[in-house]
Design a protein around this ligand. Sequence first.
Ligand SMILES: [Cu+2]
Length: 458
Amino acid sequence: MSFTRRQIFVGLAGLAMVGAGGAGAARYWLGRSQAGKGHDYQLIAAPLDVELVSDRTTPAWAFGGSVPGMELRARQGDWLRVRFINHLPVPTTLHWHGIRLPLEMDGVPYVSQLPVLPGEYFDYRFRVPDAGSFWYHPHVASAEQLGRGLVGPLIVEEREPTGFAHERTLSLKTWHVDEQGGFLPFSVAREAARVGTAGRLSTVNGVPQAVIEAPAGQVVRVRLLNVDNTVTYRLNLRGADDSRIYALDGNPIQPRPLGKEYWLGPGMRMCLAVRMPAAGEEVALRDGSVRLGTLRAVAGEGMAGDWPPGLPANPVAEPNLGNAEKLTFNVEWVGSTSVGGDNGQPPSLWQINGKAWDINDKTCADRPIARLARGKSYIFELKNMTQYQHPIHLHGMTFKVIASSRHTLEPYFTDTYLLGKHERARVALVADNPGVWMFHCHVVDHMETGLMAAIEVV
Ligand SMILES: [Cu+2]
């Protein structure tokens, strides 16, 4: 893949014109649907001191002046145009998790674009074909950049009203900070070789034990986004027992009860319908038995709402299972923390089909582990040869989960599948987006120590 330096020079020259506004400035014009010039959002990444621990300062990095970043919204089928300005001291990019878009907008360094250097900007412009809850984050030095707070929600609204009159976005992140608010290491080799390096401070929308108000008696659409580097949240609600799942990872499902709990791995999202209790009562959002935050019912308007109908399906191509070609991907543990790890290099701990991704080698994407023919259907057999779970994410395309060795399941579309310990799962897709697409574990330090590959669609 080759790049011209043009974007960079244009970026430097253009910076003066967009300087107004400062951190947190956002412009969003409803109703504009042309690619055209200009932008809907100006999104600045910059250092920001935040108070995660009382009376202590954490030197975070933020999108749009907040952690998690400013919520971006667009309407299904429309263009989203974001002028991204890098005021960080390091190069970075934006990746749009779950959005089916052209490769040059995908934010992968040296594959989609060159990194956006400090002081430069990059215009991201693409259509959003699917409605749902998505998110954005860098794809450069991910353990540190996501760890410091560079994560944000992207909500794509359905074209027509859905029947939900109320909604809340809840971004879940467990920060790598100590009691003084200082950052702890984002990746430690002995942890990266196991479940991944976890943080210590759970937050909802950047607040420990956050309280989110919602109208009493009403059905509220609660968008839960796992924007954490490492943690799989075992989500359950206490105080709203008839809650229903309406969508998973940006794609509608036939609404079904939340049940005992749902395991939401890094990168994954869930859209829940929650009927709020009477005013003054609370619903606890929990990870297993640990409370993450609270939905508090406040005196609201109107009569108790009804459960809305299921959400309309996204226009994702249905794979033809009858003539699909089968490919096997083995997720393997290399298991030696002594490979690399010294002189600041990340160790090589994980691999797919015998190949480990070297996060410092800019040419890895030149050697895809699979080549798919455009328009053809494929079944990926995902085999987890390890005793750790991996949320397996594919860029550029949405796949359908069709079978698992661990549970019976109703097939559904997703961009990230939480592959359990020693699980075998089958997912299917139509290879309908040309390009070189990252295929990786979303436990960030697994990804940075080998668990990534490129899949090419030609
Ligand atoms: Cu993993």
